[in-house]
Ligand binder design. Structure first.
Ligand code: HEC
Ligand code: HEC
Ligand code: HEC
Ligand code: HEC
Ligand code: HEC
Ligand code: HEC
Ligand code: HEC
Ligand code: HEC
Ligand code: HEC
Length: 422
């Protein structure tokens, strides 16, 4: 076998070695990807100019393959700052707050462009934003209002479905509160700054943030994500009906519908408030201290009388349920089988729940109809409890009689035995 001269062998080896080294290097330096000098340089800069790979990789735009130049322009192939950030290469310079909606909208209002990425993504954010109080004021030169990046953040902007997104339903209230709960920041405006504090103690916050019930509203559920309409009484105040359908239908048939409308009062919000909505109890209706009715009705008027009557009806049903519950409990503790009447008592409880909804008709007879059904059901269960207790007593007496009979028989037997013995 012919042996290659050693010089030739080593030359081929060096060539392979160089190629392998080059391939290794290109893999580790990422020559397969397009160069991004913006990120390379800016990841070394201090705030506010620093944008790290770590941060930017969280951004939905980076994840979809977009880079710095898609928003900022410029030449990302050049390591020279002047060349990379030259106007000739399309670099836009500092992005002013006033320009931000238009920048975001340049892609997000373009259905043809967005469809290429995600056919189900809406493209009306900018047009809606422009009709909001934020958008209108920005157009008028007020840069303290929210622009896209105040709500969405920038450079680590996540899709709303991401739990860490600033606009995820669970985080929205905190995002809005950064301005709306900051009395100093909002001091030049005439609106209150208590929305977040009030909302934080409401049933809605409790349901959403504490109990994880995503069907409960946060700020943007009522105000619109992009603020299609400012909170005029006629619009935002009507939002309750989208979830509380029965109360709304009843309210529409009630005497308050007309009366509130002609007084310029919103419907639900007049009694329940808008941000600090609490769980109402039966004391909320009637003529007592905690009743809402006495804010407008006074002794002698028809509303006052109705409030008192409805309160009495509710109390009557609550008492009937309480009594039935108590007697069935006693029967159960003394070993009687009352599971069926206990189950039947939910009928009466449901009637009470329904009556609390029917209140929104503000009609004594309509609430009375629910109450009547509930009272009848509770009475039936009370009777079942009475029967169980009577049965228990009957059995106890029966037991006592038979015990006495046995005792007497034993005594008789003893006497008889003695007699025989003697
Ligand atoms: C070699 C480093 C370097 C490169 C490459 C570079 N930048 Fe910069 N950039 C800077 C420095 C330093 C500043 C801040 C000082 C200044 O404005 O000159 C800056 C500022 C900026 C600003 C803020 C302007 C302002 O006034 O607020 C933006 C936006 C920006 N760069 C985007 C880019 C983009 C996009 C690219 C890539 C096309 C890029 N930069 C490439 C160094 C760099
Ligand atoms: C989705 C669009 C978008 C992308 C992508 C993007 N930016 Fe920005 N960037 C903005 C906007 C909008 C602002 C202005 C933010 C503000 O004022 O609130 C901004 C601001 C900046 C600033 C100025 C910060 C300051 O406070 O002056 C720098 C520097 C910057 N971006 C660099 C980068 C770099 C580097 C990349 C890529 C790693 C990048 N941006 C990617 C939209 C984007
Ligand atoms: C260069 C075009 C472009 C610009 C400019 C741009 N975006 Fe995007 N944005 C996209 C694309 C593409 C997606 C990915 C859509 C998808 O696949 O879901 C996206 C996704 C988003 C999403 C997530 C949508 C979802 O639910 O998936 C939000 C929120 C968003 N962008 C907000 C902004 C904001 C705010 C700005 C301005 C700071 C901005 N975008 C600027 C192109 C752009
Ligand atoms: C006042 C806060 C706020 C401002 C300002 C804002 N957004 Fe949003 N944005 C939201 C909220 C909240 C969501 C929805 C989150 C969800 O789906 O639960 C959202 C959702 C989005 C989405 C996802 C698709 C959708 O419509 O649900 C895009 C894209 C988007 N915004 C872009 C923008 C753009 C572009 C601007 C500026 C023109 C902007 N946003 C301004 C709060 C805001
Ligand atoms: C960057 C600060 C900022 C952020 C963040 C912000 N807002 Fe605002 N908002 C303002 C300012 C400033 C006004 C103007 C107040 C005025 O006109 O009385 C305003 C006005 C409003 C108004 C109209 C009030 C009125 O009747 O005049 C509503 C409603 C509103 N914001 C809701 C929200 C919601 C909901 C969020 C969160 C999704 C939010 N805002 C986030 C600053 C902000
Ligand atoms: C259950 C619905 C609902 C929720 C949730 C809600 N709002 Fe409101 N908000 C309203 C209504 C209704 C009004 C209008 C009151 C009116 O016009 O009678 C209002 C009014 C406002 C106003 C105008 C000023 C004022 O206080 O009257 C601002 C600002 C505002 N809300 C911000 C917020 C913020 C921030 C959040 C979240 C922390 C929030 N809202 C949550 C329904 C809601
Ligand atoms: C997005 C749907 C939604 C909207 C809009 C909404 N709510 Fe609610 N509401 C809920 C949910 C969910 C609960 C929690 C029910 C629970 O306690 O489990 C709730 C609870 C309540 C409660 C307490 C009920 C109870 O038994 O404790 C009242 C009162 C209430 N809402 C009134 C309103 C009013 C007034 C408005 C309008 C300003 C409104 N809601 C808007 C979904 C909504
Ligand atoms: C005139 C005052 C008043 C108005 C207006 C009003 N409510 Fe009520 N609401 C009450 C009272 C009183 C209760 C307490 C019922 C109870 O627990 O006894 C109540 C209870 C509730 C409850 C919890 C109990 C239940 O299941 O019904 C919800 C939810 C509710 N209201 C929603 C609404 C909605 C939505 C509107 C507007 C369509 C509205 N309310 C309008 C007085 C009012
Ligand atoms: C914000 C003021 C306001 C509150 C709160 C209020 N009402 Fe009224 N109510 C009115 C007005 C105004 C009318 C129509 C004029 C009238 O008949 O007094 C009315 C009418 C009525 C009527 C019809 C009276 C008739 O003439 O037939 C009844 C019944 C009634 N209210 C019950 C209630 C009950 C019950 C509550 C408490 C849950 C309540 N109202 C809370 C303002 C209010």
């Amino acid at each position: 076998m012919a042996i290659l001269p050693s010089s030739t062998r080593s030359r081929a080896g060096v060539r392979w070695l160089l190629l392998a080294a080059f391939l290794g290097l290109s893999a580790s330096f990422g020559y397969g990807q397009a160069k991004n000098s913006c990120l390379d340089c800016h990841s070394t800069l201090p705030d506010p100019f620093g944008v790290t790979q770590d941060k930017f990789s969280q951004d939905i735009h980076a994840q979809k393959g977009l880079t710095c130049v898609n928003c900022h322009g410029g030449d990302a192939t050049s390591d020279d700052a002047d060349q990379a950030m030259s106007r000739k290469a399309g670099w836009k310079g500092k992005i002013d707050r006033k320009q931000i909606p238009a920048l975001c909208g340049s892609c997000h209002s373009d259905p043809a462009y967005i469809r290429g990425f995600n056919p189900s993504l809406r493209t009306d954010q900018l047009s809606q934003y422009l009709t909001s109080v934020h958008g209108k004021r920005l157009a008028g030169g007020d840069t303290k209002v929210a622009v896209c990046t105040d709500c969405h953040s920038v450079h680590d902007l996540r899709a709303p479905s991401d739990p860490r997104s600033t606009v995820n339903p669970v985080n929205v209230a905190t995002t809005c509160s950064r301005c709306h709960a900051d009395a100093a920041y909002m001091s030049s405006y005439k609106i209150p700054t208590n929305q977040f504090a009030e909302y934080s103690k409401s049933v809605h916050h409790d349901a959403l943030a504490v109990r994880g019930d995503l069907s409960a509203p946060t700020c943007t559920t009522c105000h619109g994500n992009h603020g299609a309409t400012p909170p005029g009484v006629a619009s935002v105040a009507n939002v309750c009906s989208t979830c509380h359908v029965f109360q709304s239908q009843l309210f529409d048939t009630s005497p308050h519908k007309e009366a509130f409308a002609s007084a310029g009062l919103p419907g639900c919000v007049t009694c329940h408030s808008n941000h600090g909505i609490l769980h109402p109890t039966d004391e909320f209706i009637g003529t007592g201290d905690k009743a809402v009715c006495t804010q407008c009705h006074t002794q002698g008027d028809a509303g006052y009388a109705a409030a008192g009557k409805i309160r009495e009806q509710l109390a009557q049903l609550a008492v009937a349920i309480g009594n039935a519950d108590q007697i069935l409990g006693t029967a159960e503790r003394s070993g009687m089988e009352v599971s069926q009447p206990k189950l039947d008592l939910t009928q009466a409880r449901d009637a009470l729940t329904k009556a609390r909804v029917t209140i929104h008709s503000f009609n004594v007879d309509r609430v009375g109809a629910d109450v009547k059904l509930g009272v009848a059901a509770a009475a039936k269960d009370y009777t079942a409890g009475q029967q169980a207790l009577a049965e228990r007593n009957y059995r106890r007496i029966g037991l006592a009689i038979s015990l006495i009979a046995i005792a007497l028989a034993l005594i008789g037997l003893r006497l008889y035995i003695r007699q025989i013995e003697s």
